[in-house]
Every structure is written in C-alpha cells, then in structure tokens.
Design a binder for this molecule. Structure first.
Ligand SMILES: Cc1cc2nc3c(=O)[nH]c(=O)nc-3n(C[C@H](O)[C@H](O)[C@H](O)COP(=O)(O)OP(=O)(O)OC[C@H]3O[C@@H](n4cnc5c(N)ncnc54)[C@H](O)[C@@H]3O)c2cc1C
Length: 475
C-alpha cells in the first residue's frame, strides 16, 4: 500500500466513513507508536535507531459492526489487518509486520452485563482487564484473572495470547475462565460461540479463537466466569535442597490440595531476584504458595497437608513471613531495576510440560543455553501448576549484547532456537501463556509436525486472502 497515492486516499475515506474521521490516523507519530510492544527485538530495533514495522493507517472501531465493515473493506482490497489491544505482549504478536491497517481495539471498552445468577460478566474486548476486575469487585466478585499486566493488557489481548494470571493453579487460565465470545470473522460476519463453555455439540469454538492471536478473527466481546472474592488467604514459604524435590512436592500438592498461587524458584533466582526483592538470604529452591477459600477451616487444613508434603521432601519450613512478603511484592518483580531491560538482551521462554518431563527439560535448556552461549545466564521458576504438570518461566539474560542490530537479531534468534529446540526434544511445548507471535512463529511447524495442517486448513478456510495478522503463529 503506497502512502499518499490516490487509491490510498480513497480507501482512507471509506474507513473514515465507517468509524468517523477522528478515529482514523495516518500521522507519523501515531504510526511510530505502534512499532514497539514488549518483544525484545522491537525494543532493540528502536534502541538502535532503526525504523520499526509501521502500519499505514490506524483505525479505532467503536462497535462490532464497525469492525465487521472494516474487515469487509480490508478483504475487498486485500489489505493486511493487525489487531492491537494494549500492545503489552512480549512476542511481537500485535506488531504490524505487513503494514496496512492497524485496528486499535481500545475504544471498544464497554461493560455489557453482570449476571449474578449465573456468576458471569460480559464486556467488549478492548477493555483493559483491570477495569473489568473493578466492575466485578464492586459486586463482591472477581474474575480471578490477575496477571502482572492487569493494568496494561486488554480482554482481547489476554484471549488472543491465551494468557494466565497469578491465581491460575486454582482458578485456571483465561481459556478456563472464558464462557463465550463474539468474534468478527475475516469476511466480516459476526458470530457467537455457544453460550456455555462445556457441551458436546461438536468441537469447542471458544478454543479455536482463544490463542489465535488475531490470525483467524477479531474477538469483540467476551463473557467470563465470576468467583466470590476470596474471604481468607494464607501464604507460606519453604526451601528445598533441589528443584527435583521442589517439583515432586509441587506435583503432590496439586494432587492433594488446591493452592491458588505456587512458585518454585531455581537456585539462580533464589539467590538473585528472591534475595533482592524479599530479602531471603538462603541458598536452595525457594517455594512460596497461597491458599484461599470461603472458609478458614478449608484454608487451614490444606495448609497443614501442604506442610506435611513439603516435610516429606525434606524442605525447610520458612513460615508465613516470606510467603506474605512475596505476595506483597508480586508486582514489584516487574518494576524497573528488578526486571531485565535494554541494554540487556533477554527472553522468557515459557515452556510447559508434564511432571514426567519437566525437570529433564529444565536441565536440557539450561545446559544448551549456558554451554553454547558464553555470557548468557539461564534462570527459571515454575509459576503456573496444573494437575498433570507445570510451566517453566525460564529466562535468558545477556548483559552486553552486540551493538550491531543484525548481529543482535541473529544471536537473539539462535539463543531462542537452541533453548526451544532443547525443550521440544525433551517433551516440552514451546509456550504456556505468552503466545507465539512473531518470536516463535518459525518454530510452530517443528512443534506440531503433520498436525499443523489442521491449523493451516482453518486459516485457509476462514481467511482465504491471508489478511489477518500475517507472519504470526506460523500461519
Ligand atoms: C510487565 C508485564 C507483565 C506481564 N505479565 C503477564 C502475565 O502475568 N500473564 C500473561 O499472560 N501475560 C503477561 N504479560 C504479557 C502480555 O501483557 C499479555 O500477553 C497480555 O495479555 C497482552 O494483552 P494486550 O492487550 O497488551 O495484547 P497485545 O499485545 O495488543 O496483543 C496480543 C495478541 O493478541 C491479539 N489481539 C489483541 N486484541 C485482540 C482481539 N480483540 N481479538 C483477537 N486478537 C487480539 C494481537 O493481534 C496479538 O497477536 C506481561 C507483559 C508485561 C509487559
């Protein structure tokens, strides 16, 4: 699409007719502001003075009908469409790599209904999740989707990347919490998934669009479960001699009890981040957890069982103090000076596996990265637990990456390929909750093998012109 051509002006005026002149922009400043999300490469490009991927035109729709009309125009002219929520994704998922239209969803931020009989809440997908949570809290409820990006990510972004919040081990991921959705298909049709999330009326449409990262359609509304705000919450901490013991204890805890939060830090994180933020001085694998519930007796009995399990694996009981400190500082971990930042090179690999493979994967990734890339550190914790396994929030950090941007990109991608392939070779899945985006797109076929044709088939049938978020999700 050639900026300033006669045809460009014609298309622009069609889009203005749909959403209003004030909701279309081609200004340099606006275009530049959509070139960076939380993906390290986009930030490195900006840091090195390179021009990032700019959209040609920014469109801010105010309703599902407007989204539908925009997609019909885009399909007719075969213009790429990139959906942008809060732009806080770490995978480059929203970056407008193919130019064209950038659809900023944040005008679509209305609460639609709260149903206290069914315990559900419905809102437009451009709403920042914190806002939805405030609406729920006013009624004494919570969505219990409390990610660290609560104040900067939208409903659509959380669904688009299949996100997760800190209380996930009890309350599930966004795909457990979402009951139904309205989606605008690439051809402009507005559809609804079935009104309840569990049924036997064929494959689950929710799970086709959740995690599809704007490649199959645009989520415009969503209904979520509501939970009563937890009345009692208790925190505790333990120190294990090894990750092996901590993982085995975590597995047993998930079998016998239901903590809402559980984090197991490897020794490298225990002696760095945990020490720095909560002042914990010992070596080993630090585990903090929280149990909540409507009745204190239920909380206490679970905590007793957890203590017995941890004792069985020879953990040192650190009492409630460090568990409480962790909880109070749960967001401090993301503040400047505590989180990695440019000029460092870093990435969160975010691998998920069953209990039978997870420890092997942790060591395989650590060894592959630290032995192949001198000067790169690998640190990790397990932050979201399932009945069958856990995820490894594994990060690599390099303090002095190359200044040259091509060299930096090459090294960044080599580290990712090495770490992710080590995970896949040992039975891991390449991502738990940050999504695929641009960062992992090239590895999707390796991950899926012949099964990937199912996704390609969906893409071809729903988006035959390939206009939706090109180059993402391996599609
Ligand atoms: C400090 C920090 C902490 C974070 N903590 C967490 C965490 O605890 N848990 C977690 O899961 N993630 C976390 N993230 C990652 C990120 O914030 C999440 O992935 C978030 O859900 C992205 O939401 P967004 O609205 O910013 O999406 P964007 O970055 O704008 O978009 C993400 C993807 O979703 C697509 N998309 C956006 N809106 C729609 C829509 N309406 N329909 C279809 N597709 C859409 C985009 O095209 C893109 O592919 C964190 C990020 C930061 C910077």
């Amino acid at each position: 699409m050639q900026v300033k051509s006669f045809m460009f002006d014609m298309i622009r005026s069609e889009l203005e007719d749909v959403v209003g002149v004030e909701n279309v922009s081609t200004s340099e400043v606006d275009r530049a502001s959509y070139t960076v999300d939380y993906f390290w490469l986009s930030r490195m490009w900006q840091d090195r003075g390179a021009e990032g991927p700019k959209p040609d035109i920014i469109v801010r729709p105010g309703s599902s009908e407007e989204v539908s009309k925009v997609l019909k125009i885009a399909n007719y002219y075969k213009i790429p469409v990139h959906t942008w929520g809060g732009g806080s994704g770490s995978q480059g998922g929203a970056l407008p790599m193919a130019g064209g239209i950038l659809l900023d969803m944040k005008r679509m931020n209305k609460l639609i209904s709260i149903d206290l009989n069914s315990h559900s809440i419905t809102a437009e997908a451009g709403m920042i999740f914190q806002q939805l949570e405030w609406y729920a809290n006013e009624k004494g409820y919570s969505c219990m989707h409390i990610p660290s990006c609560l104040t900067c990510g939208t409903i659509g972004g959380a669904l688009g990347h299949r996100g997760i919040g800190i209380f996930s081990s009890k309350y599930g991921k966004i795909d457990d919490q979402c009951m139904s959705m309205e989606v605008v298909l690439p051809n402009g049709d507005i559809i609804n998934t079935l009104p309840v999330p569990k049924h036997a009326a064929g494959p689950d449409l929710n799970q086709i669009f959740i995690g599809s990262e704007g490649t199959l359609g645009i989520i415009t509304k969503a209904t979520f479960r509501l939970f009563e705000l937890p009345k009692y919450m208790k925190h505790h901490a333990f120190l294990f001699k090894s990750m092996k013991d901590g993982l085995a204890a975590g597995r047993d805890i998930m079998q016998k009890t239901q903590p809402s939060i559980m984090r197991l830090f490897d020794e490298a994180e225990t002696i760095s981040i945990i020490k720095k933020i909560i002042g914990f001085e010992k070596r080993g694998a630090f585990l903090n957890l929280s149990v909540d519930g409507p009745d204190e007796r239920l909380v206490d009995i679970q905590m007793e069982i957890i203590k017995e399990i941890c004792a069985k694996y020879d953990a040192e009981d650190m009492g409630s103090e460090y568990g409480e400190k962790w909880y109070e500082n749960r967001i401090t971990f993301f503040y400047p000076d505590h989180i990695m930042d440019i000029p460092q090179m870093f990435g969160t690999m975010d691998t998920v596996a069953d209990f039978g493979h997870v420890e092997e994967i942790y060591w395989a990734m650590k060894n592959a990265i630290e032995s192949n890339f001198p000067g790169v550190r690998f640190i990790a914790h397990c932050s979201h637990w399932y009945g069958w396994g856990t995820m490894i929030y594994d990060r690599f950090i390099m303090d002095n990456p190359p200044e040259d941007k091509e060299e930096a990109l090459r090294l960044h991608n080599q580290i990712w390929n090495t770490g992710v392939r080590a995970a896949m070779e040992h039975g891991g899945v390449i991502n738990d909750h940050h999504g695929i985006g641009l960062k992992l797109s090239r590895l999707m076929k390796e991950q899926y093998g012949p099964a990937f044709q199912v996704m390609e088939g969906l893409k071809k049938s729903l988006d035959p012109n390939g206009i939706m978020n090109p180059y993402k999700l391996g599609l």
